[in-house]
Design a binder for this molecule. Structure first.
Ligand code: ARG
Length: 270
């Protein structure tokens, strides 16, 4: 019998894909010669926002900036924990100017923003999971940044090494269902990091490569509903059997830039 689960209302920050495009390639999904359908992207994105609102979540929005096509991936802007904002320092020079726009939004919303010293890409690689922050490295966020995050928040940071360039951010290979349960694709991690995950989360849900490539790990859970790519069918089934309710939302246009549901969603944790 699946356990009964309670959804927790969340506060999200998002950025409308008005200027979304693939103009450079900073991960293997991006091919600047592939056209992005901005109208389709806009309607897919609006479907995500209304799915969040329908399920009781608060959604706030930062004004998109022309010339910053990846700004729609709000999750990369910061890690927000206990009302404190640890800002980002992007790996790619093309994305660095996003920080100014996001920091301005955070300040206007009443947050102080910590400016990091090392390369770090927000919730893309920093995933709060109960008593820990799980932290990815290997492609973008540096280990120095992991140390800085631990010092800043006083929360144990667990460093995990990503090894497959298709899963270049931790949030493409792993997501949190609730404080004690995670979902991940084991092959995206180094052998040692895999052992760490097995040790910390013996009850984790594991995903197949197909589901991972369908951005099934780039999901958002509120503890009951899981906003998930509709192509991640095996995973949706596994989640349903554990008592979660998959809510399929198709962000296929964003996959062309290497992003999905979670990438478009920055959580503001109080
Ligand atoms: N094109 C963006 C990049 O490569 C995609 C970011 C996806 N965001 C995420 N949280 N995984 O930086």
């Amino acid at each position: 019998m699946p356990e009964s689960r309670l959804p927790q209302p969340r506060r999200f920050l998002v950025c409308e894909p008005r200027h979304f495009a693939v103009q450079y390639a900073i991960n293997p999904w991006m091919h600047p010669d592939v056209r992005v359908d901005v109208d389709l992207a806009q309607s897919q994105w609006r479907t995500l926002i209304s799915a969040y609102r329908t399920h009781g979540h608060t959604v706030e929005s930062v004004e998109p900036v022309a010339g910053l096509p990846d700004m729609v991936f709000a999750a990369n802007s910061a890690l927000v924990l206990r009302g404190r904002v640890f800002g980002s320092l992007f790996h790619a020079p093309q994305r660095r100017p996003e920080s100014t726009a996001y920091d301005t939004w955070f300040k206007s919303a009443g947050f102080d923003v910590h400016r990091p010293e090392s390369v770090v890409e927000g919730e893309g690689d920093l995933v709060p999971a109960g008593r820990y922050v799980l932290a990815g490295t290997g492609f973008r966020t540096t280990r120095e940044a992991h140390r800085e995050v631990q010092e800043f928040f006083g929360v144990p940071v667990i460093s995990l090494e990503l090894v497959d360039p298709y899963f270049y951010h931790l949030d493409t290979a792993l997501f949190v269902l609730d404080d004690d349960t995670i979902v991940y694709y084991p092959e995206a991690f180094s052998p040692g990091s895999r052992e760490v995950l097995e040790w910390l989360y013996p009850d984790a849900v594991l995903a197949t490569r197909e589901d991972a490539l369908a951005f099934g790990l780039n999901s958002v859970s509120d503890g009951l509903h899981v906003f998930i790519s509709p192509e991640a069918t095996v995973l949706a089934d596994r989640l349903a059997r554990r008592g979660y309710i998959p809510v399929p939302v198709d962000l296929s246009e964003f996959h062309k830039a290497g992003g999905g549901i979670k990438c478009c969603t920055q959580e503001l944790r109080s």
